[in-house]
Design a protein around this ligand. Structure first.
Ligand code: ADP
Ligand code: ZN
Length: 768
């Protein structure tokens, strides 16, 4: 028997190996194996098994990793699709479907040595003092971890082994499972009686055997309850479920809600959790609980979409519009789109949920690809918060520029403090000031490695780059030798400055800041939220870290310090992001009995993204935004492939980008005009057309590349990052699968200078 193996070292090729007699029965499609490769050893995944190979003199597989095949055939199929669609090498795609902790050579359960007292046979021997001391301890405990015993008795493992030799104790290897939630007590919860719109949504989901649903429900409309009951339905059918949530929303509270529902009763199952805060060992164990079928529900961030749940009945993608579902390194997949594909492949139902759906998903509903389900009201008829937009142009003071707090927001905070209610303030920029500049000579402190200004961090007294992390001392005078003006100024406001101003305005208020600078560990996050929940904090100020999913009944005021900030990004999704962010942040207000109020401070108060968010009008926003997307063939009308060239020498990068554009034009134009047989031999992209020689298909293929728009090359919005210059080419078409296949061919043949690299991003989310 032979096995075909895709090796981890990127070669875009698979190799055949012999399955040695001692491993027969252990190697199957999806097994992870160690094999010899040249003078080295490499890890890989078996993609096929066969009786014999066309190759001779095969080397044998050295070792199988894990007791079971690690990549199930269905996940293998999914990995193949990812490689093709996202235009990356198959081994890169394959690697991403297994967590590092499961992939590595020595991955295994934690085995621990237990010492147990054995029944005494015959007479108790006379022991040397040290052994006797150990025995005395053991006799009363009967059973103890070897490591514990060694410590307790201040002895060595060798001494304990002597007792084993005498037949007094046994030392055995036992698996002890690592459970990241071992210390939490979880109270069982029962299904709630669903309200009419929840019932309707659930009935449709339950009735479907396959298909994708978009659950559009305002914050607090009870989407999670719909997820829980849909999962229960899947379990009743004997199937499992995957729940994806953005990493930041994977709080203990979220996980608890799922564990609580399935911790007892006839649908009882383990709920496995996969996210980046777990230790490698915990990840390994959680993953294998799924593989063994003991955990039938998986809740996790992006990569949990590859969890080996079998059979799979349901995939939920909560907050489906979240950017974090996109992986920003190869394979550059979007977990929401992978979820839809996996659902199709495995006949599972997919439910995408959001209060602010992505343009893509809503468009798919309109196009009839997804089914739209709506939860238009909050549970218990709570009202949506009242949103007031404050025109900051009118708040400007003579000659002093705009204040951080408008009089309206100041007044609203004062009221909340008096009424002992809580306030959340949002500003998506950490640090103190966004730039340091000299008003006399125009000097601006910039990062030496990136094309951005340095942010002033007052508490740490440093200037920092938020792209590469570069740190610099804060100068006392303008660093320009000819200027040396001592009156250098800080411009722009970050969360640190807001915190400081709050301290001055409301000296008695208890204020806490929450951003990446203060929240270094996950305990910090938990701690602050606990304090806030307990009412020991009056005002919480934070970045996007506080925008999502938090649920505090006593928060009746939300202030958005600078709503236009996200609008000024050089990205066609800037309006959509602003709309989403404002809606999400506003959703934090008024989740209790008192109606909530939201103040949105803006310099462009009439921008549609702000106005539609003010009216909680998603559909209105969608419709006007679609006009602009259609005009420019931006998603969801068309799809984008972004090609980014990167290198230390700007001229070379630019030249390479121009060269790539010429290649693209040549090849893709030829694809349109050439006869099918010819283009098939060139790039293999019209193979199916060539085979069937169907005139209709050919016409379609021509149309595919005729709708293609190639823009650029142009410097990336962030031209320089970490000392690398970046140029981009943007390709737009409706038929992305076809284009990405062609791109794979072009990229494989492309010759670039050694120090210039190309990254292909299909359906990019971050354009900078
Ligand atoms: P969403 O996920 O849409 O933001 P949640 O599922 O968190 O909303 O629901 C908000 C609150 O309403 C939760 O405390 C939840 O327990 C409660 N809830 C949801 N559905 C019902 C229901 N049918 N009856 C009573 N309470 C409900
Ligand atoms: Zn930098």
């Amino acid at each position: 028997m032979i096995a075909r193996v895709s090796l981890e070292i990127a070669l875009r090729k698979e190799f055949d190996y012999l399955i040695p007699a001692e491993l027969v029965g252990q190697v199957d499609v999806g097994s992870r194996v160690q094999v010899p490769f040249g003078p080295r050893k490499s890890l890989g995944v078996v993609t096929a098994v066969a009786e014999e190979s066309g190759q001779t003199r095969l080397k044998p597989i050295l070792k199988v990793i894990g007791a079971q095949t690690l990549v199930t055939p269905k996940v293998l199929q999914l990995a193949r699709w990812i490689g093709e669609y996202y235009c990356c090498a198959p081994e890169v795609a394959l690697k991403s479907v297994l967590p590092e902790a499961v992939r590595k050579e020595d991955a295994s359960w934690r085995e621990r040595l237990f010492v147990r007292v054995l029944p005494l046979i015959g007479e108790f021997p006379k022991l040397p003092k040290r052994q006797q001391d150990v025995w005395n301890l053991l006799e009363e405990r009967r059973e103890i971890l070897l490591s514990e015993l060694v410590e307790l008795a201040a002895t060595t493992a060798a001494t304990v082994r002597k007792l084993e030799d005498r037949g007094l104790v046994s030392i055995t290897n036992e698996i002890s499972e690592r459970d990241p939630y071992a210390n939490e007590t979880i109270l069982a919860s029962q299904p709630l009686v669903v309200n009419p719109s929840q019932a309707v949504a659930l009935e449709k989901i339950k009735a479907a055997a396959v298909g994708t649903f978009l659950l559009h429900g305002v914050t607090g409309s009870g989407k999670t309850e719909v997820y829980l009951q849909a999962i229960a339905h899947a379990l009743e059918q004997g199937k499992g479920a995957i729940v994806l949530v953005p990493e930041i929303a994977l709080t203990p509270q979220t996980v608890e809600r799922f564990k609580a529902r399935f911790s007892s009763g006839k649908l009882q199952t383990l709920v496995a959790v996969l996210h980046s805060h777990l230790s490698a060992g915990e990840r390994h164990d959680e993953w294998h609980k799924i593989r063994q079928g003991r955990a039938r529900i998986v809740i996790g961030a992006r990569s949990a979409i590859f969890a080996p749940v079998e059979p799979l009945g349901l995939i939920i993608v909560d907050e489906e519009h979240e950017q974090t579902y996109k992986q920003e390194e190869a394979p550059r997949y979007h977990a929401r789109d992978v979820a839809v594909m996996r659902g199709q492949m495995e006949n599972a139902v997919v439910v995408l949920g959001s209060a602010t759906p992505s343009m893509e998903s809503y468009h798919n509903c309109k196009a009839g690809k997804f089914t739209l389900l709506e939860l238009p009201e909050r549970v218990d008829d709570q009202k949506m918060p009242h949103v007031r937009v404050v025109d900051m142009r009118q708040a400007c003071r003579d000659g002093k520029g705009p204040p951080t707090f408008s009089p309206q927001l100041k007044e609203a905070i004062t009221q909340r403090l008096e009424r002992k209610e809580q306030t959340i303030l949002f500003l998506n920029r950490r640090g103190y000031s966004t730039s340091l500049l000299c008003p006399k000579c125009g000097y601006v402190a910039e990062c030496p490695n990136c094309s951005v200004t340095l942010t002033y961090h007052r508490t740490e007294q440093k200037l920092a780059c938020h792209i590469c992390g570069h740190n610099a001392r804060v100068p006392n005078v303008c660093p320009n030798e000819k200027c040396k003006n001592p009156a250098i100024r800080y411009a722009g406001t970050g969360t640190q400055k807001v915190e400081e101003i709050l301290g001055k305005l409301f000296p008695h208020a208890r204020v806490k800041r929450m951003d990446a600078d203060v929240m270094k560990r996950k305990e910090d996050y938990r701690h602050v939220l606990g304090e806030f929940r307990a009412g020991r904090i009056d005002i919480l100020i934070g970045t996007q870290m506080i925008a999502k999913g938090l649920h505090f009944p006593n928060v009746t005021l939300v202030g958005i310090i600078y709503a236009d900030m996200a609008l000024h990004q050089p990205d066609f999704r800037a309006g959509e992001r602003t709309f989403q962010l404002l809606t999400q942040v506003a959703g934090r207000a008024g989740r209790g009995d008192v109606e909530g109020e939201v103040f949105v401070q803006a310099f462009t108060p009439f921008h549609p993204a702000i106005q539609f968010a003010r009216r909680h009008d998603f559909v209105g926003f969608y419709e006007q935004e679609m006009e602009f997307r259609e005009q420019l063939k931006y998603p969801p009308t068309g799809r984008i492939a972004m090609l980014t060239l990167k290198g230390r020498n700007e001229e070379k990068v630019k030249f390479s980008a121009e060269h790539l554009k010429r290649e693209l034009e040549k090849v893709l134009k030829e694809a349109v005009v050439a006869e099918p047989s010819q283009s098939a031999s060139l790039f293999g992209m019209l193979e199916d057309v060539a085979e069937k020689e169907s005139a209709e298909k050919l016409a379609k293929a021509r149309a595919v590349f005729r709708d293609l728009v190639i823009s650029g090359p142009a410097p990336a919005p962030l031209l320089r990052a970490e000392n690398f210059y970046r140029y981009q080419l943007m390709l737009r078409t409706r038929a992305m699968s076809r284009l990405s296949r062609s791109l794979a061919g072009i990229v494989a043949q492309l010759v670039l200078p050694d120090d210039v690299t190309l990254a292909v991003d299909i359906d990019p989310v971050n354009l900078s």
